[in-house]
Design a binder for this molecule. Sequence first.
Ligand code: PLP
Length: 396
Amino acid sequence: MNEALLENYARAPLRIISGDGCYLTDDRGRRYLDAIAGIAVCALGHSHPQISDAVASQARRLVHASNLYFHEPAGELARELTRRSGFARAFFCNSGTEANEAAIKLARKLAFRAGELTRTTILACSGAFHGRTLGALAATANESYKVGFGPLAGNFEFTPFNDISALERRIDERVAAFIVEPVQGESGVHPASDAFLPKARELCSARGALLVFDEIQCGMGRLGDLFAFQSFGVRPDVVTMAKALGNGLPIGAMLVTEAAAGGLQPGDHGSTFGGSPVSAAAALAHLRVRDALDLDRHVRAVGAHALEGLQALAREYPELFEAPRGRGLLLGLPVRAPYEATAFAAHLRERLVLVGTAAGNTLRFAPPLIVSRSEIDFLLEVLHAAAAGMLAADAK
Ligand code: PLP
């Protein structure tokens, strides 16, 4: 559809013109229910008027000043995020992969400053996805993202997700940080078990490693609390965020405890655009709008309703689906071979519903958090129709 763009994405053949609330409209005037929200980004829906206003008014006042100086939007956003999370300090960047890159560098430099020169290992989980830069990629488990890009950064190791006894063996005096997604998104929507994150906390504290939660996909209210660590009741040393933070404007963040903050000192790390006034203004507006909405309660209720609906669907079509997984409004529905999640998503698109896919042949749902019960019902109806259609086509 555009021969001048690099073909590094498998884009669907849609040209999106505008967005409003939970809907995207294409150049043929077709309006789609968006159940993936720009990959877990537009938490308050598309083109939210208060966020657009905040962006426009900030852009009129100041677009960029760099991190040579202080400015109000980044300072205020850091204050808001630290107040709401209980962390001491915030670093801003432009994306999720950069937030994780910062966490990796912070962990290593903190150990270095403490004179622990052999504490350089970054431990991540099987199934993990932490981003596409060479450091974050080294912490990503799925080989298909990495093949041909080597050599990647060294001293990255993996431990099986949700395996407590393996974790006991893997976190030792060489580990600078253990990085984990409380709910893995790209691997097919796999939540951490109840015991895994508390055990990780205990082991990291006892053995001197930083515990880093990558909340890039599962944070910012997606699980029914502002932070995923609140949903799991486990406090890490570092939280990385991006995606929904700016509700569509590019901004990433790393929140750190006071004890970890000394890891990065002037000159150690930076980003020209990180925490730019316009992106920070969008994130601030996001926080203010969500305050007015009682969004967490809504996400828990609508998320439970969606999960029940998906469970019923999986029971009705056992030849098509395995049991759904997820928490809040981050849900996955594994599709059974020979059926393909990508083909299923294309069918749904024809029926004016947009969903994502993830590894393990999984349909992924991450709608705007403002999605209504009736929009979820419409999504479930369309899933039913597409499933029935697929089976009927197969029977011919
Ligand atoms: N970490 C997780 C858990 C993600 O889901 C993603 C993106 O999908 C990233 C990191 C990378 O974020 P970005 O694409 O903003 O660099």
